[in-house]
Design a protein around this ligand. Structure first.
Ligand code: ADP
Length: 294
């Protein structure tokens, strides 16, 4: 869908205020790659900007929590995060307006830099798992009630709510609801203790960008303090990260023995997210993971 002209003009006015110079949007070209929102590259007399939009009545607040998540990652000052210029609603459309990151090829050290940077980000810790506010993953609400115990958090704030949603919308196999219950009892023995780590929370290949300076750049997070293997596992769900990435992570902050066997366990959460958002074959993938553990 093209960006409505009145919204383009409104964004021009916001940029004018923000940059303290007259800004006019010349055109808005759709950017592909996102799965949830519409995205555009804005060409203006003051350079290019990036805007994501959605319908206000369907999804009033994900951009508010996206802006907060980006701010938390930026404050950690490890990996680059685009600057947010404005967030709000105009004429029934919500938007998040930010710095445009010009797409670049990954250079030779990119993946190693990224792995090292992610390990450094994960050193940012908190007194508990969770966050001081709830947010979203994609369009699904993400509960972040603080817990001292990782497995309790994983079960009560990540798995249970989405298993219940999947049961209510009929997308999850009934037998798998029972298998999840059995799995919960086994989880404490499966996860080694870890400090809460600041996570991107939705780290797949379309949620980072290479940039000419300061890349990798993190976008579209679902931030919380969690077990760091959640971020690592998510990088493996749809591929796109190289061996150098994992080697550099491990060299910076070694992972606990057996982490590779826990990848599928961690990815039950993003698989449940995808199941509830998109349905389809995710139910089978969930089933086959559950059958391996219970
Ligand atoms: P969605 O919330 O719909 O998943 P994303 O935030 O992932 O949307 O953005 C869609 C696409 O736009 C991404 O795949 C990414 O390549 C690109 N993108 C995201 N943020 C920026 C940015 N600040 N500058 C340039 N491109 C971006």
């Amino acid at each position: 869908m093209p960006l409505p002209q009145p919204l383009a003009e409104h964004l021009g006015r916001l940029l004018t205020e923000k940059l303290n110079e007259p800004v006019r949007v010349r055109d808005a070209r759709p950017v592909a790659g996102g799965s949830i929102n519409d995205a555009y590259r804005l060409h203006t007399n003051a350079g290019d900007f990036f805007v994501k939009t959605n319908t206000a009545d369907r999804y009033p607040s994900p951009f508010i929590s996206e802006e907060r998540g980006l701010a938390i990652l930026r404050k950690a000052a490890v990996l680059r995060v685009p600057e947010v210029l404005a967030q709000g609603e105009f004429g029934g459309t919500t938007f998040l307006l930010m710095e445009f990151i010009a797409p670049e090829e990954e250079d030779r050290d990119f993946q190693a830099r990224f792995g090292r940077g992610l390990a450094q980000l994960h050193r940012h810790t908190s007194g508990s798992f969770g966050l001081d506010h709830d947010n979203y993953i994609g369009l699904l609400p993400q509960v972040n009630t603080p817990h001292k115990d990782w497995v309790e958090f994983l079960v009560q704030c990540r798995l249970e709510p989405l298993v219940k949603m999947g049961r209510d919308n009929g997308r999850i196999h009934p037998g798998d609801v029972i298998r999840f219950e059995r799995l919960y009892a086994k989880l404490p023995a499966l996860f080694p203790p870890e400090m809460p780590a600041l996570l991107h929370g939705d780290l797949w290949k379309h949620n980072y960008l290479a940039a000419a300076t300061g890349g990798p750049v993190l976008v579209d997070p679902a931030v919380y303090y969690g077990h760091r293997e959640m971020d690592l596992a998510m990088t493996m769900l749809f591929g796109g990260f190289d061996r150098e990435f994992y080697a550099a992570y491990h060299a910076e902050e070694p992972l606990e023995a057996g982490w590779e066997e826990r990848v599928d366990l961690c990815n039950l959460y993003p698989l449940l997210v995808h199941l509830n958002l998109f349905g389809g074959s995710y139910a089978e993938r969930i089933s086959s993971v559950l059958r391996r553990f219970v």
